[in-house]
Design a protein. Structure first.
Length: 151
């Protein structure tokens, strides 16, 4: 009975998989995207981490997304783009939920500013992302500002 219960519980655990790792321009820091598969009845979750180069994604994620989709259907993930040495943009088309957990992080002695660039149906409730109306879309556009906010 204990073995069966253990197998059932193990089968219910979400599967986490690193799907993208993008090094910073100087190679000292990596932006890492982890896809979380919680089961067949829900969309993927995506957690984004900023870590020293080559390190595993650990600690608190800097952003998380749920239910990513595009105008033409479901999209596959969020794409980290280094727009300059200390600025990371998290690019996606649309998401049911998107949360920028930290606007700025210090990693490997560097301050990294973070920004969301995409449309979110249910924007972050604690207002960590700035929301502005976009007449081309039916929902708000979330654009996190690059602020010097200590994390």
């Amino acid at each position: 009975m204990v073995i069966v219960l253990g197998l059932v519980l193990a089968g219910c655990s979400p599967i986490k998989e690193e799907v993208e790792r993008v090094p910073s321009p100087d190679g000292a820091v990596d932006a890492v995207v982890i896809r979380v598969n919680a089961g067949a009845t829900v969309s993927f979750y995506y957690d984004v981490y900023v870590v020293p180069a080559g390190s595993r994604a650990a600690g608190r994620e800097v952003a998380d997304f749920y239910g990513l989709y595009s105008t033409d259907g479901w999209a596959e993930g969020v794409r980290p783009v280094w727009v300059e040495e200390g600025a990371l943009q998290l690019v996606f088309e649309k998401a049911r939920q998107g949360n920028l957990r930290q606007r700025s992080v210090k990693v490997a002695g560097r301050r990294i500013q973070l920004e969301c660039n995409g449309s979110v149906d249910l924007p972050d409730a604690d207002n960590r992302c700035t929301k502005s109306a976009d007449p081309a879309l039916d929902n708000p556009v979330v654009r996190g500002r690059s602020l010097d906010v200590a994390s």
